[in-house]
Design a protein around this ligand. Structure first.
Ligand code: FDA
Length: 307
């Protein structure tokens, strides 16, 4: 019964996350519904202050200028300019930070070539300042074109990497192809069909560990992005047993989640990087976090009732 309720709650929030009317409406609301606990402000100044605080605690940041469901060239160009602004802000403030972005925000749903050129401009600017760009991975429909763009830009630049989602059956094949890249490995956040992805949590977790171990042993640099302490403990032991140097991996978590554990890992001497989302387009991101972990609704309740 509990499993069914959880699945329904997950589906409900995933459906809300994809609602275009609410997505665009929320841009005018400011941070609401508890999103302020997990989104680091609506503008660059607020985000910079949040990142400085993380850096003071020995934590680096990967900054996501939130945005999705972009179907107009004008919006994609605006997003590109905003991300170029974030790159300037990282450089100017000497932040220990890099960029995470979503190809759909830069026009992947509009026109492949247009998106490629927007991303080229971003990667080239970041390259000048020695700033790394991580391509977040979205749902299955965007997987191949995102990898095509990465392949194309990798011919010119080496400051880019991406994400491997462990729920896909094909993730093992993908990780082998991209083992010379800095990779973030995650369980996977989107709702994918049975013919493409594991549905059972145990299968996803098993594949997740397998991929992490593979990349730690064979890959360039591994970002283990999870809030799951079982996985984190496993990685710590695995790294010790296999003499994986600390410089070859880091843990990542989302801004506002398990803050004590984030600080603890950084204090223990592990590389730690917090994913810092900011901006007006927070709605889809926030709904996906609620879908993943309905307990996050506590965040909403606290915000609503603490007025
Ligand atoms: P999961 O949700 O499976 O939880 C496992 C266990 O961990 C829980 O049962 C609980 O014991 C513990 N736990 C989890 N959260 C907790 C909390 N807040 N407090 C206390 N205990 C908690 N996805 C994607 O498809 N594309 C992407 O590009 C990215 N990028 C990305 C970056 C970063 C930095 C992170 C952390 C995650 C992503 N994701 C992502 C999302 C990812 O795929 C996944 O959906 C979420 O991280 C949820 O899975 P977890 O591994 O965190 O644990």
């Amino acid at each position: 019964m509990e499993v069914i309720t959880l699945a329904l709650t997950r589906d409900f929030f995933m459906m809300l996350s994809q609602n275009k009317v609410l997505n665009s409406g929320a841009k005018r609301w400011g941070l609401k519904l508890g999103a302020q606990s997990v989104v680091a402000g609506t503008n660059i100044e607020e985000m910079v202050e949040s990142v400085k605080k993380l850096n003071e605690n020995g934590i680096s940041a990967t900054i996501d200028n939130l945005g999705e469901f972009v179907f107009e060239k004008k919006e994609a160009t605006e997003a590109m300019n905003q991300i170029l602004g974030v790159i300037e802000a990282i450089h100017k403030n000497n932040l220990d930070a890099h960029i995470s972005l979503k190809p759909t925000q830069l026009g992947l749903d509009i026109e492949y070539g247009f998106c490629l050129e927007n991303l080229r401009e971003i990667v080239a600017k970041a390259y000048e300042y020695n700033i790394f760009i991580n391509f977040d991975m979205e749902d299955y429909g965007h997987l191949q074109p995102s990898f095509d763009i990465i392949d194309e830009l990798s011919k010119e630049y080496d400051n880019l990497g991406t994400v491997i989602q462990a729920y896909f059956y094909q993730s093992e094949e993908i990780i082998k192809k991209y083992e010379n890249y800095r990779l973030r490995i995650v369980k996977g956040a989107y709702k994918e069909p049975e013919n493409l992805a594991y549905q059972d949590k145990k299968d996803i977790d098993r594949n997740y560990i397998k991929l992490i171990e593979y990349h730690l042993l064979n890959g360039k640099f591994t970002s283990i992005a999870t809030h799951d302490h079982h996985v984190i403990d496993h990685v710590k032991n695995f790294a010790k047993k296999n003499n994986i140097p600390q410089e070859k991996f880091e843990f990542q978590m989302l801004y506002g989640f398990r803050k004590d554990l984030q600080l603890k890992l950084a204090k223990e001497g592990y590389n730690f990087c917090t994913y810092v989302p900011f901006g007006n387009d927070w709605y889809g991101y926030f709904m996906r976090r609620l879908a993943e972990r309905p307990q996050n609704l506590n965040l909403v309740a606290k915000q609503v009732f603490s007025k």
